[in-house]
Design a protein. Structure first.
Length: 261
């Protein structure tokens, strides 16, 4: 049985119980929500990880997460069933699992979910809409990586009558404090001249902090309300604010294929 990338044979204590090894150790730790792959590599090299009672200090070791005993910093890592949740986050909820200010968190909305899941990206406190949560750390990291260009669509209620000329600035990219934004897809949904606000649909693939709000502030039309309505092919259809649902097997497979690009 081979395990290391250098194709050396594993010591007997590394071997699984009659089953071929299937995944790299750092990937398993990431998928289990223990840490990122990079942090997993650091822990392995530091001798903080054990497989079947023996310390592992080489990268590239492959193990069976179901049959092998994996221990990190003295704590056994149980094989987790991956779950994928789509939440319609209301305003007034923070996108964290706990909050020192005791504000309501997305974890408070996940009634009946015993697994520890993590948000894929963020929505700020005053923004509502679509949010993915999962314990599949590998998929989450790939979806959030800038090179994946995962589209995210928002409906913006902005102050004032927003002109096409001003939106053209966002369509080509605007300079913010942390760099120039990538071109956005934008269309005006409606304009209320009496109430002095505009409804605008915006699609971006970046994830800069408070990006949509800062984009509209930069063109002189601050955001009054903001809702994320789509991530890739996932939408808010039949999902009231504060509610969640599990992704279907087909949806998960489509996300994985999207993340492989």
């Amino acid at each position: 049985m081979l395990s290391l990338l250098s194709c050396k044979k594993l010591p007997d204590s590394y071997k699984t119980k009659g089953v071929l090894v299937v995944e790299r150790l750092q990937k398993i730790l990431s998928q289990a929500g223990v840490c990122s792959r990079r942090e997993a590599e650091t822990r392995i090299l530091a001798g903080r990880v054990m497989i079947n009672g023996q310390v592992v200090t080489e990268l590239g070791v492959k193990v069976d997460p179901v049959q092998d005993e994996i221990v990190v910093d003295g704590k056994r890592i149980a094989a987790q069933k991956h779950i994928y949740i789509l939440l319609n986050k209301p305003t007034g909820v923070v996108t964290t699992l706990s909050d020192p200010q005791r504000r309501r968190t997305v974890a408070d909305l996940l009634h009946g979910i015993s697994e520890r899941v993590y948000p894929v990206g963020r929505l700020d406190y005053h923004t509502q809409g679509l949010l993915l949560l999962t314990n599949d750390g590998d998929l989450a990291n790939r979806l959030m990586h800038p090179r994946q260009h995962v589209d995210k669509t928002y409906v913006v209620k902005a102050y004032g009558t927003v002109s096409e000329d001003r939106l053209d600035i966002l369509r080509t990219g605007i300079k913010l404090s942390d760099g120039i934004t990538a071109p956005a897809l934008i269309r005006i949904l409606s304009v209320d001249n009496e109430q002095h606000f505009s409804m605008v649909e915006v699609t971006i693939h970046e994830g800069k902090n408070r990006q949509i709000r800062r984009m509209f502030e930069a063109i002189g039309h601050p955001v009054k309300q903001l809702e994320r309505t789509r991530i890739a092919f996932l939408t808010l259809q039949n999902l009231p604010a504060g509610s969640f649902r599990h992704l279907t097997k087909d949806e998960v497979n489509r996300l994985k294929k999207l993340a492989e690009k």
